[in-house]
Design a protein around this ligand. Structure first.
Ligand SMILES: [Zn+2]
Length: 385
């Protein structure tokens, strides 16, 4: 009995010794790991990327917990635009034998983003098409795949891909709105290739899928300005019925239609359209000048009445009426008029704040569609007041 007790006590101490020894080893390893880890971080912070990369690469073989560090490091390189380093890190990870399945998928996803950011769309697409078979990656892979088709202007694939998606919205826009934009992009390609008939056929498809396709009607207006001004104005009216803000956005094109054709009937129709769709804040210096000329070179009272709540309407009118006077202030007035006209309209993305000089349908910064909004000088002043 005593022998059993002695053996048990010895056994107990052996177990305690083994446990404490193994803990000691872990601590030693952890210490080495954390020292190296911090040394690597230090290099990274001092922009000594190569040294940092060397340390982090060595650490991979020490402890599998550094995999997270590598994924984070790859992400940092990608955000810094150093895609080759990000690709190298992620490919290094993937070359490890016995890589956990979840980690492997996560690394593949990161690698596809590296290729995407580097503009290597075909390599990115190949990974994403495989990876989307896993449910947890399905949506994010689809989002990247669609961006690839958009950025590489592969509109046929974009249309096919979007129609097969089960979701109803992409980047806050409905699928129908997005697909109609793809058709409009195709129409532009055909037009640039002088294939006008094909271009118009494709624009009709855009309208079939989205009967309020502002872009399709705007394009039809622009296509017909020279060749068929009546049809151009028909499309303009449809567009303005959908959203009257295009009266301001297209003011240059509307006035140029009048200048090209020099036709009183067309001018009368433009005059009616402007009065029909002008309201409160929709004042435009360009349209004012057209209305001034058509009103016998005098203040266009009907137009001024409709837009009088805009703080620039009266200011512009007063400056314009005195611009040819012999008064000494006329030079200053002309400068002010030019200043207002040239800075009247800018464009901002309502989703990310990107600023554009011209009207565009897709924000190049956040890739959302139809989020670029016109901001007039009066709105800018009102916002900053
Ligand atoms: Zn944006």
């Amino acid at each position: 009995m005593i022998e059993i007790l002695v053996i048990s006590i010895i056994f107990f101490f052996i177990v305690i010794y083994i446990i404490s020894k193994s803990k000691g080893n872990v601590n030693t390893t952890n210490n080495i790991y954390s020292q190296e880890y911090y040394r690597g971080l230090n290099y990274l912070l001092n922009n000594e990327d190569d040294k940092a990369l060397k340390i982090f690469t060595d650490l991979i073989d020490v402890d599998s917990s550094t995999i997270e560090t590598h994924l984070a490091l790859g992400g940092v390189y990608r955000r810094r635009g150093e895609f080759d380093k990000a690709i190298l890190i992620h490919q290094n990870l993937l070359s490890r034998p016995k890589l956990d399945k979840n980690i492997k998928n996560q690394t593949l996803y990161e690698l596809s983003k590296d290729f995407f950011s580097a503009g290597l769309y075909d390599k990115s697409e190949k990974i994403l098409l495989n990876l989307k078979q896993h449910e947890s990656y399905f949506e994010s892979c689809n989002e990247y795949l669609l961006l690839i088709y958009e950025l590489s202007k592969d509109w046929d694939n974009a249309i096919k891909f979007t129609k097969n998606l089960k979701q109803s919205n992409i980047r806050k826009s409905s699928i129908d709105v997005i697909v109609s934009h793809y058709y409009c992009e195709k129409a532009n390609d055909y037009k640039n290739d002088n294939q006008l008939n094909k271009s118009i056929t494709v624009l009709r498809k855009a309208i079939d899928i989205n009967n309020k396709s502002k872009r399709a009607y705007m394009t039809l207006f622009e296509f017909n300005i020279h060749s068929n001004p009546g049809l151009a104005l028909d499309n303009l009216e449809i567009l303005l019925n959908i959203d009257s803000i295009y009266l301001i956005i297209l003011s240059n094109e509307i006035v140029s239609l009048s200048t090209i054709h020099q036709d009183n009937n067309l001018d009368k129709r433009i005059y009616d359209i402007i009065l029909n769709f002008s309201n409160n804040n929709n004042f435009s210096p360009k349209l004012y000048e057209f209305m001034f000329n058509i009103s016998g070179y005098d203040a266009p009272h009907d137009y001024l009445n409709l837009t009088k709540t805009n703080i620039f309407t009266n200011i512009f009118n007063n400056l314009y009426l005195s611009k040819n006077s012999s008064d000494k202030t006329y030079l200053l007035n002309n400068d002010l008029l030019a200043l207002i006209k040239n800075n009247f309209l800018t464009y901002n993305c309502s989703n990310c704040g990107y600023t554009a000089k011209n009207y565009i349908w897709q924000c190049p910064s956040c890739n959302h569609w139809e989020t670029i909004k016109p901001i007039t000088i009066s709105e800018r002043i009102t916002y900053s007041a």
